[in-house]
Design a protein around this ligand. Structure first.
Ligand code: NAD
Length: 471
């Protein structure tokens, strides 16, 4: 029986390995992590991440050919194929700080693999890494003096949070890069054989190592660029009276452009887009390509601009002061169907509102209070689960509270900001919301999910991104 071990039981390692276990009953899959609570959660009824359909997949295979363990070294030593799916965040200090990928976790995993391995292994880069990382990993692995061989493959993951199970079931493509040597090609074939259990052969693409590594960064850069492009257009729409939804529909009908990823919003978030583009920018700079670096940097700059533009619109609409006014935030996750708040635009928007001395009340169906406390600084939490908020005096403002119910969040608020496109916000009783708000009552739809005309009929003053403003 082929044995797979995956180092890193996160948003990528957990779901991807669960899918391999589901589709390949002849393969034993062990997901290992240094985090005891994370592994305990994978072994419990409360999985550590929220992802539609994932519970069923894990429960079906766990204990059969899918295992979660903290015994990292044992399972790495026993595996034939080792996926490395550890986090690769942006470096926060030293050379390349703020742009370059921090490969600390990767290097430590590679050194451990080198130390404990006694048989030949295929080591798969599942994490998103800078192009040429495999070269560094090879150097670390070959320090192993046990006379064994490692083949490094790049097999970047293209799943999107919120649709991970669906994306893994029917991937647009599986990309595998390896060395052009006979052993490198044999390793590619061994990994391709795993995916061939359920992915059609024509969707399994094989390339050289550097193409595969760079393709992941390029894919995220192109996706984020589309969002920044439509968001840049949304600002021009607001200035001219055009409607960004109409513009997106019109240009998306062009088969060369296509309709997907043209939804204007308060900005993109998530753990990947920003970090991967900044990483790309850094790689371009290191390769003496400052013009190319500047081109991709604009994608992140426009995203930052979009978030601050949204906050300015909130403050500007509410008579240039939100001091002491309660503002409800509906949705804190970076997108719907996930509880992930990494790099969510809601962090910047909340901080922006707090800087202008608002009282902010946040509701999200999947984000916990602990996550919010981690994402926003602790001292900002002054009032918890408020039953009834009176417009506060400016002195006591500049605070944030977490509530369990959208109607509680919006009660006595002056304004509502929709920051995540959760379906439940579309179905809310907006008349009830309006009745319980301070008048004039404002809605700022950062995801364009509510029909502004219907809200205006109720009496709201409405701002929808990229759409004509209130007459
Ligand atoms: P994550 O932070 O959710 O998970 C990483 C896990 O690795 C953590 O649980 C951590 O404890 C563990 N880990 C770190 N060092 C370890 C070590 N030495 N030994 C054992 N475990 C270790 O991260 P994620 O979101 O799963 O992302 C992982 C990688 O996949 C990143 O490079 C990311 O860019 C990439 N990626 C993420 C997504 C996504 O949607 N989240 C999609 C595609 C690619």
């Amino acid at each position: 029986m082929v044995k797979i071990c995956c180092i890193g039981a996160g948003y990528v390692g957990g779901p991807t390995m669960a899918m391999i276990a589901l589709k390949c009953h002849d393969i034993e899959v062990v997901v290992v992590d240094i985090s005891k609570p994370r592994i305990a959660a994978w072994n419990s009824d409360e999985l550590p991440i929220y992802e539609p359909g994932l519970d069923e997949v894990v429960k079906e295979r766990r204990g059969k050919n899918l295992f979660f363990s903290t015994d990292v070294q044992k399972h790495v030593a026993e595996a034939d194929i080792i996926f490395v799916s550890v986090n690769t965040p942006t470096k926060t200090r030293g050379l390349g700080a703020g742009k370059a990928a921090d490969l600390t976790y990767w290097e430590s995993a590679a050194r451990m693999i080198a130390d404990v391995s006694k048989t030949d292994k295929i080591v798969v880069e599942k994490s998103t890494v800078p192009v040429k990382t495999a070269e560094a990993i090879e150097k670390i692995l070959t320090k192993n003096g046990h006379g064994i061989e490692f083949q490094i493959l790049s097999n970047p993951e293209f799943l999107a949070e919120g649709t991970a199970v669906e994306d893994l079931l029917k991937p647009d493509r599986v990309l595998i890069g390896g060395r052009e040597t006979p052993k490198g090609q044999a390793a590619i074939q061994a990994l391709a054989a795993v995916y061939a259990h359920w992915v059609p052969k024509e969707n399994i693409i094989t390339t050289n190592l550097w193409s595969a590594e760079l393709s992941k960064l390029a894919a995220n850069a192109f996706l984020a660029q589309r969002i920044s492009s439509i968001n840049a257009m949304s600002a021009l729409c607001e200035a001219t009276g055009a409607n960004v939804s109409e513009v997106a529909y019109a240009i998306g009908k062009d088969s060369r452009i296509g309709p997907k990823f043209l939804q204007s919003s308060v900005g993109f978030g998530g753990s990947c887009f920003q970090k991967d583009i900044l990483n790309l920018v850094y790689i371009c700079e290191c390769n003496g390509l400052p013009e190319v670096a500047a081109y991709w940097k604009q994608v992140v700059d426009i995203n930052d601009y979009q978030k601050s533009r949204f906050v300015n619109r909130v403050v500007g609409s509410m008579f240039n002061t939100i001091s002491g006014k309660k503002i409800a935030i509906l949705g804190f996750a970076f997108k719907k169907d996930t509880g992930d708040t990494r790099e969510t635009p809601a962090i910047d928007v909340t901080n922006g509102l707090l800087r202008d001395r608002a009282l902010v009340s946040v509701y999200d169906p999947q984000v916990t209070e602990e996550q919010m406390r981690r994402d926003l600084s602790q001292e900002k939490f002054a009032w918890d689960h408020p039953a009834h908020i009176q417009p506060a005096s400016p002195a006591s403002a500049q605070k944030v509270g977490y509530v369990m119910d959208p109607y509680q969040a919006t009660k006595d608020a002056h304004g509502v900001c929709i920051l995540t496109e959760w379906d439940e916000f579309k179905k809310m009783d907006w008349q009830k919301v309006y009745d319980n708000m301070v008048k004039p009552a404002f809605v700022f739809d950062g995801r364009n999910i509510i029909n502004p005309e219907e809200l205006r009929k109720i009496g709201f003053i409405v701002y929808s991104i990229g759409k004509p403003l209130d007459p």
